[in-house]
Design a binder for this molecule. Structure first.
Ligand code: SF4
Length: 375
């Protein structure tokens, strides 16, 4: 399967918790950036086996700060260079407050068939605390407009563990989300990233986060809600109706190859992970001069790739297949992890069932610690 990620590093405003490669107030760069992006993609397509793309993911940042015309033009360029499989998944990240119903219709007609809304919360107070550029009402309106525009595959991103949030408020956000009938939910616990304004607010006591018990309650509520709504958990933070799992992200979690273009984006091809320069102005400049945009690259050894594939694969509820791992890397998982594996299985954090190893319900809340032992 061939997958391509395109990064749009622009946002309307900068949220206080965000450490993604994105910045606000860069409108003057939109056109030159798109021109550079298209040039990088064209260079990438040259000399490749022209495998048609099975997934295209346009993420950010907030891609919908660009106009539908710009985005659809980009998609058509990619299609002309790579070709699309008949059932390609074309995902676009969108923020409520940056799209009108007319925009959504144009994007749908232009080929986007999966829309991922960064909602984060349906509570206005929480949205203000996070510095989001939209209200609860705008988020609801945007999702309804997406349904009317003909989108069948809608994801909503929500976060829990927010400053001032309690279990009731999280439950209300989930309730509202489910009432909007998305096919997919990405539900992340907020992490306080270094050097963000949020870190400062927490350190200086201006804001405080829910305690561990509060988070555990929210985890429990999440599981119940999604189960009752017919959303199956298929990855640590992702839930979907059967058949609506995000194929692009599943490809990442399987640690398969993927192409990427745009400032700060990372590709993984033939065991080589390559990261592009993050600064959008520098990116534009380098592409313009015909120089390389790769800022760092790392060649993974067979063993390192094996371990990564195990750790990434365990993020999914279906876990990893020992046979597939052996076929891919000629490494026996049981032999490789030995006592560590036995201990984690003995603690009921991992389970080996037939050919598959997966994290247990008990293990999911401790996933990061389990991964740290296996990476
Ligand atoms: S919209 Fe998303 S990418 Fe942009 S600043 Fe907020 S969290 Fe970051």
């Amino acid at each position: 399967m061939t997958s391509l990620y395109l990064h749009i590093p622009f946002c309307k405003t900068k949220c206080c918790y965000c450490d993604f490669n994105s910045s606000a107030a860069k409108e003057a760069l939109y056109e030159p950036y798109l021109a550079a992006l298209e040039r990088e993609i064209a260079g990438m397509a040259m000399g490749r086996n022209r495998d048609a793309l099975a997934t295209l993911f346009i993420g950010g940042g907030t891609p919908t700060v660009l106009t539908p015309t710009q985005l659809v033009h980009l998609i058509k360029q990619v299609e002309g260079l790579f070709g699309f499989t008949g059932d390609i998944e074309i995902s676009l990240e969108a923020n409520p407050g940056t799209v009108s119903e007319g925009d959504l219709i144009a994007l749908r007609e232009g080929g986007v068939n999966r829309l991922s809304f960064g909602v984060q919360s349906f509570n206005d107070c929480e949205l203000r605390t996070l510095g989001r550029c939209h209200t609860r009402r705008e988020a609801e309106q945007a999702v309804r407009a997406a349904h009317r525009a003909g989108f069948k595959n809608i994801n909503l991103d929500l976060m829990y563990g927010l400053p001032g949030q309690d279990c009731d408020s999280w439950q209300q956000s989930l309730d509202t989300a489910i009432s909007l009938t998305p096919k997919h939910l990405s539900l992340y616990q907020l992490t306080v990233e270094p050097a963000t304004p949020l870190e400062d607010y927490i350190d200086t006591g201006k804001l405080s986060l829910p305690d561990e018990d509060g988070i555990l309650q929210m985890d429990t509520v999440t599981k119940q809600f999604c189960q009752e709504a017919g959303m199956r958990r298929y990855e640590i933070s992702n839930y979907a109706e059967e058949g609506f799992e995000c194929l692009h992200n599943v490809n990442y979690w399987r640690n398969e190859e993927y192409l990427a273009a745009g400032a700060g984006s990372v590709s993984y091809l033939k065991g080589l992970r390559a990261k592009r320069v993050a600064d959008s102005a520098q990116y534009i400049d380098l592409v313009g001069k015909g120089g390389s945009v790769i800022a760092e690259s790392e060649e993974l050894s067979r063993e390192a790739a094996f371990r990564e594939t195990v750790v990434m694969g365990l993020r999914m509820t279906q876990g990893v297949s020992l046979r597939e791992l052996y076929d891919r890397y000629a490494i026996d998982l049981k032999e490789h992890y030995g006592d560590t594996l036995s201990r984690l299985i003995g603690l009921f954090l991992l389970r080996l069932k037939g050919d598959r190893l997966h994290i247990t319900e008990k293990g999911f809340p401790l996933a990061n610690r389990i991964m740290a032992e296996l990476v």
